[in-house]
Ligand binder design. Structure first.
Ligand code: NAD
Length: 295
C-alpha cells in the first residue's frame, strides 16, 4: 500500500473533474486528467466546454501557471495504463451506474493494488458501484463527493463501505483535509448521502413550484435563493452551475435507489423544457448558457 499521495489521476474532465484536478494542482500535487474526449472542440461531448478549457495551453480560469504545469491530460483508452503511476484515482465521469461500473472493470487490472480509488458520485450508493468487483478493489474503494466549484466549496462527503480499508480512507481524508483544505463529513451509504438527499429534494420542489406557478426565473430565485441559503445563484443559477444535463441522471438514480414511498418519488419529474434545453446545448454554464445567459 502506498503510504503517501504523491500523484492523483482524475477520470472525467467535465465540470467536476476539471475543477478537482485544478484544485489538486494548485496544492502542488501532479495530476493525470483523463477523458474519453479527444477533440476539445467536439461539441457532441457532454462537457466539451469544460474539457476545452482544461486542454487549452493556458487554463488561467482554473489554475496558476505553475499549477497548470502539473496537470497532464490524456485519453482514457490510450493512457489507461498510466493510472498505475497514481496513488489515488478520482472517478468523476457522468452520473450513470452502468458507465461507472464499466470503467471500474477496466481499472481492475491496471491500477496498483493498495492505491485509493474513489467516486465523485452525487447519488449512487457505494454498494451498487462496487458490485462485481474484486476483493482488492472493494477494499481500496470509497466515495469522495466534492462540491461545485471544488476550489471554493470546503465540504467533502466521504462514504466508505464495510470492506474499505480504514488506513486508506484515513489517508485520503488526511490529504483532503491538509492539502485541499476540506472539511470532511462522513456519510452513510445511502442514496444521495447527506447533501444531495436534502438538496435534490429542495431543488426539485423549487423547480416544480416555479413551473406550476408560471414564475419567471428571477422571481423564483428571489424566493428560493437568499431565503433558502443560496444567495448568490438561487436555485436556477445553481442548476446552471451544476449542469442542466446532470438533472435527469440525478433524478433517475434517486428514483431507482430510494424507497418507493419516499417523499422525493412523489415530486420528482423533469420538466419537458429541461429535456429541450439539453437537446439544444443549453446545459448551463458549461454549455451555451442555461436559465441565465452567459455573460
Ligand atoms: P460532466 O458531464 O460535466 O463531465 C463528465 C465527463 O466525463 C465528460 O467530460 C465526459 O466526456 C467524461 N466521461 C464520460 N464517460 C467517461 C469514461 N468512461 N471515461 C472517461 N471520461 C468519461 O459531469 P460532472 O457534472 O462533472 O459530474 C461528474 C460526476 O460528479 C458525476 O458523478 C456527478 O454526479 C458528480 N458531481 C457533480 C456535481 C456538479 O455540480 N456538476 C457536483 C458533485 C458531484
Amino acid at each position: 500500500m502506498s503510504d503517501t499521495i504523491k500523484k492523483i489521476c482524475v477520470i472525467g474532465a467535465g465540470t467536476m473533474g476539471a475543477g478537482i484536478a485544478a484544485q489538486v494542482a494548485n496544492a502542488g500535487v501532479p495530476v493525470l486528467l483523463l477523458d474519453i474526449v479527444r477533440d476539445p472542440a467536439d461539441r457532441n461531448a457532454v462537457a466539451a466546454g469544460a474539457v476545452a478549457k482544461m486542454l487549452k495551453t493556458d487554463p488561467a480560469p482554473f489554475m496558476s501557471k505553475a499549477a497548470a504545469k502539473l496537470v497532464e491530460t490524456g485519453n482514457i483508452e490510450d493512457d489507461l495504463a498510466r493510472v498505475a503511476e497514481c496513488d489515488w484515482i478520482v472517478e468523476a465521469i457522468v452520473e450513470r451506474l452502468d458507465l461507472k461500473q464499466q470503467l471500474y472493470a477496466k481499472l481492475e487490472d491496471v491500477r496498483r493494488a493498495g492505491t485509493a480509488i474513489s467516486s465523485n458520485t452525487s447519488t449512487i450508493p457505494l454498494g451498487h458501484l462496487i458490485e462485481g468487483r474484486s476483493e482488492a478493489f472493494r477494499r481500496d474503494f470509497l466515495i469522495t463527493h466534492f462540491f461545485n466549484p471544488p476550489r471554493y466549496m470546503r465540504l467533502l462527503e466521504i462514504v466508505s463501505g464495510p470492506e474499505s480499508h480504514a488506513a486508506l480512507v484515513a489517508r485520503v481524508s488526511d490529504f483532503a483535509d491538509r492539502q485541499l483544505g476540506k472539511t470532511i463529513v462522513v456519510a452513510k451509504d445511502t442514496p444521495g448521502f447527506i447533501a444531495n438527499r436534502v438538496g435534490t429534494f429542495w431543488i426539485q420542489a423549487a423547480l416544480n413550484a416555479a413551473f406550476e406557478l408560471g414564475l419567471t426565473v428571477e422571481e423564483a430565485d428571489a424566493i428560493a435563493g437568499k431565503p433558502m441559503g443560496v444567495p448568490k445563484t438561487g436555485v436556477f443559477g445553481l442548476v446552471d452551475l451544476v449542469g442542466i444535463d446532470l438533472m435527469p441522471h440525478l433524478q433517475k438514480s434517486l428514483t431507482e435507489t430510494l424507497p418507493k414511498g419516499d417523499a422525493y418519488q412523489a415530486i420528482s419529474t423533469i420538466p419537458p423544457l429541461i429535456g429541450k434545453m439539453i437537446a439544444e446545448g443549453y446545459t448551463g454554464r458549461k454549455g451555451k448558457g442555461g436559465f441565465y445567459r452567459l455573460n
